[in-house]
Design a protein around this ligand. Structure first.
Ligand code: BG6
Ligand code: MG
Length: 218
């Protein structure tokens, strides 16, 4: 067992099921430009930033889209997404998340947020958990998105901790790669095939304390 100083969470798909709303909004956007969009595409895009995700979808189209058209499409997706999450509330926290925050806080560990989403701040406020985080990375200030390690390193730096003193929690392949590239321990939530490069994989967040933190941290 190790003494860790912080746990750094992804947001979409870890703290709340907004990953599903991102999927719906991207699917509508893709279909509006005549590009099919399935679960496999969705896995590729989890954790990936807005403009990079749009580029992935538009690369499958025969048409070309200039910068202004791309900006309009990104705005269209974001408006659709914001509409989908309008009614989000503390009831939308995934199971075990509040227990996880309590468990970490009782042990004096810092809690960080490393989300690629520029909507992260309003989402954690709607969920009623904004004050549980000691630091929330600002995706707009991080030039290289996941799978680059930068956003996780930004949180570790804010805490004055070495990467090896931090645990990251992610539901996306790109996110687990980012945590591992940062030199941190990775807990993957979800599919063991997609997240095979994580140090520990749990089927869902309800097991975070009992099967994740307790065996790792004690
Ligand atoms: C990530 C999601 O957290 O944020 C992606 O997993 C999403 O699906 C990305 O595209 C960017 O989010 P936003 O809210 O800035 O468009
Ligand atoms: Mg995620």
């Amino acid at each position: 067992m190790m003494a860790y100083g912080a746990c750094i969470f992804d947001l979409d798909g870890v703290i709340t099921d907004t990953a599903h709303y991102h999927f719906l909004a991207w699917k509508r956007l893709a279909e509006s430009v005549g590009v099919p969009f399935d679960e496999e595409d969705n896995h590729q895009l989890k954790g990936v930033g807005r403009m990079e995700s749009l580029a992935y979808i538009l690369a499958k189209s025969d048409r070309t889209f200039d910068e202004a058209a791309r900006a309009r499409l990104a705005e269209q997706k974001n408006d659709d997404y914001k509409n989908l999450i309008r009614e989000i509330s503390p009831a939308d926290l995934l199971p075990g998340i509040l227990d996880a925050f309590d468990w970490l806080t009782e042990r004096g560990m810092k809690i960080g947020l490393a989300s690629a989403s520029k909507n992260a701040r309003p989402v954690i406020e709607s969920l009623g958990v904004a004050d549980r985080f000691h630091y929330v990375a600002d995706a707009a200030q991080i030039p290289r998105g996941k799978p680059a390690p930068d956003i996780f390193l930004d949180v570790a730096t804010a805490f004055g901790l070495s990467p090896e003193d931090c645990i990251g929690v992610e539901d996306a392949a790109a996110g687990v790669t980012a945590i591992k590239s940062a030199g941190m321990i990775a807990i993957g939530i979800g599919d063991p095939v997609i997240l095979a490069h994580a140090d520990l994989i749990l089927p869902d967040t309800a097991d975070l304390v009992g099967k994740g933190f307790a065996p790792l941290i004690g």
